[in-house]
Design a protein around this ligand. Structure first.
Ligand code: DP6
Length: 432
C-alpha cells in the first residue's frame, strides 16, 4: 500500500509464510552461484496458522539507509540478501516510479496526481528498504526457518515493487537465490523444485573435480528450468495432519549450505542418489498422494529421509544431523506400524527434529503415544492446537496394541522433545 504524509512516502506490505518441508530432499548444488539443485525435490508447505515468518517490508524516503531486523535484532545486509536486493534495484524501482501517489488530505479528485518519481523529484534512490522479519519458531535450528524467511522476503519484495504476474517465474528464482528450499515455500500444498537434467549431472560427475564449463546462455537456460511449481494444492492433504516434533532450539552444527557442499565434493552415494533415486521417489510420492495410498507415502518419505541422512554419513568428514532423539523417534514410529491402519511418515531435515505426517484417524492416538512414550509430562511443551488434540486424546483409552508398544518402548527411549507443533499442509504465503 502506498501512503503519503507530508514529505514522507511509504510503500508497505506484510506477508506470512511458513516452511516447506521436503518429502524428497534437496541435497547438493550443481552450481553455487545460481543455486541450481543436483536433484529435484518435493515438499509440503505447512500452514501459516500454526508456524510462520511474518515479514513487513517498507520502501520509504524516511530513512537514509537500508534497515534489516530479524527477530527484533539488526542484521547486516550481506551475502545472499544483497544479491537478491540487487535484482530489484534498477528495473523494479523504475517501474514502481510510474505508480501514482494517492490523494492526500485536502486534495480533491480533480487534483493532478503525481507519479512516485515526480513526488521524489525524479530521484528514486531516496527510497530505502526497511525489512522486519519475525519467526514464530526457532531460527537456524534445522526447522527450515531460512526457507520460510527467504520466501517471505521474495513475495514481499515482488509486492512492494508492484511486480505482477509477468514476474511469476522470477519469484521462484529470487527465492532460490536466498535459499534453495525457499523456492518451494512460495507456494502452498505440494511443491516440486526441478533439478538439473541428467546429462549435465553425468558430465559434472565424470569431470575432474566435478567441474564443468558452461556458457552464460546455458546457465540462464538452467536457471529458468530449475524453478519450483505447485503440483498438488492443499486439498490433497485433507486426510493428513502434521506434527513438528522439535528436539531442542539450539542452532545446528553444520549449516545446510556448507553441509551439502561437503557432500557434493566427497559422497559417492550423493551422486547415486541424484542420478538414480530422487526422481523415482518423487514420482512415487505424487502417485501415492493421488491414490490416497498413505502407507506407500509413509514408506517413500521415510526411505528418502533415511537416504539423505545416509548421504550425510557418507560425507567426509561425516555429518550427523540425527541424534539419539531422532533415532528414538524413528524406532518408535516403526514400532507403531503394527497398531495403525495408516503408517506415520517421518522426515528429518538438517537437524534432529522430526516432522510427522499422520492420517487424521490416528492423530489423537499418535500424539498421546508420543507424549507418554517420550515422557513429556508437560502440556506447555505443546502448541495450543497440540494441547487441544492431546486433551481430546485423553478422553478415551488408547487401544491395547498401542499401550503395549508404549510400555515396551518407554524404557528404551532416553530423550524428550522440547516442543510439539500440530499443523496441516497450508495454502502458502498469505498477505496480511
Ligand atoms: C535438508 O535450502 O537451507 O532441508 O540452498 O544452501 O540455502 P541452501 O540450503 P537449504 O537446504 C535445505 C536442505 C534440506 C532439504 C530440503 O529442504 O529439501
Amino acid at each position: 500500500m502506498i501512503t503519503v504524509k507530508g514529505d514522507i512516502l511509504k510503500v508497505k506490505t506484510t506477508y506470512e509464510t511458513s516452511p516447506n518441508i521436503a518429502l524428497v530432499k534437496y541435497w547438493g548444488k550443481f552450481d553455487e552461484e545460481y543455486i541450481l539443485p543436483l536433484n529435484s525435490s518435493t515438499g509440503i508447505t505447512l500452514s501459516t496458522e500454526d508456524l510462520q515468518t511474518r515479514t513487513t517490508i517498507t520502501l520509504t524516503n524516511k530513512y537514509k539507509d537500508i534497515k534489516f531486523l530479524l527477530n527484533g535484532q539488526p542484521h547486516p545486509v550481506s551475502g545472499r540478501l544483497k544479491k537478491i536486493l540487487k535484482f530489484f534495484e534498477d528495473k523494479a524501482l523504475a517501474a514502481l516510479g510510474e505508480e501514482l501517489v494517492p490523494l492526500q488530505e485536502g486534495e480533491s479528485q480533480d487534483t493532478k496526481r503525481k507519479t512516485l518519481k515526480e513526488f521524489l523529484n525524479g530521484d528514486l534512490s531516496q527510497l530505502k528498504l526497511k525489512i522486519k522479519s519475525v519467526n514464530s519458531f526457532p531460527t537456524a535450528s534445522g526447522l527450515a526457518s531460512s526457507a520460510s524467511g527467504l520466501a517471505a522476503l521474495s513475495v514481499c519484495l515482488f509486492d512492494v515493487y508492484h511486480m505482477k504476474e509477468e514476474y511469476e517465474f522470477q519469484r521462484s528464482v529470487i527465492a532460490r537465490l536466498g535459499s534453495g528450499s525457499a523456492s518451494r515455500s512460495i507456494y502452498g500444498g505440494l511443491v516440486e523444485w526441478t533439478g538439473v537434467p541428467h546429462q549435465y549431472l553425468q558430465k559434472k560427475f565424470e569431470s575432474k573435480n566435478n567441474e564443468i564449463q558452461l556458457s552464460e546462455q546455458e546457465y540462464e537456460q538452467l536457471s529458468k528450468l530449475c524453478i519450483a511449481k505447485q503440483t498438488h494444492n492443499e486439498t490433497f492433504f485433507e486426510d493428513l495432519d502434521v506434527f513438528v516434533v522439535a528436539y531442542s532450539f539450539e542452532s545446528k552444527e553444520v549449516p545446510s549450505t556448507s553441509g551439502m557442499l561437503q557432500s557434493t565434493q566427497t559422497s559417492e552415494l550423493l551422486k547415486y542418489r541424484a542420478l538414480n533415486t530422487a526422481h523415482v521417489h518423487i514420482a512415487g510420492v505424487k502417485k501415492a498422494i493421488e491414490e490416497k495410498n498413505y502407507n506407500e507415502l509413509a514408506r517413500l518419505v521415510r526411505l528418502d529421509s533415511n537416504q539423505f541422512h545416509a548421504v550425510c554419513l557418507d560425507t567426509t568428514p561425516p555429518i550427523f544431523y540425527l541424534n539419539d532423539f531422532s533415532k528414538n523417534m524413528i524406532n518408535f514410529i516403526h514400532q507403531l506400524d503394527s497398531a495403525l491402519e495408516y503408517h506415520v511418515a517421518y522426515t528429518f531435515d538438517a537437524g534432529p527434529h522430526a516432522v510427522l505426517l499422520v492420517h487424521k484417524n490416528h492423530t489423537t492416538q499418535v500424539l498421546r503415544a508420543i507424549y507418554e512414550a517420550f515422557s513429556i509430562n508437560d502440556m506447555s511443551s505443546l502448541s495450543q492446537r497440540a494441547q487441544q488434540t492431546l486433551k481430546q486424546a485423553m478422553q478415551s483409552e488408547l487401544p491395547e496394541s498401542i499401550q503395549k508398544i508404549i510400555q515396551t518402548n518407554k524404557p528404551k527411549i532416553t530423550t524428550t522433545p522440547s516442543y510439539i507443533i500440530h499443523t496441516k499442509v497450508g495454502k502458502g504465503p498469505t498477505k496480511i
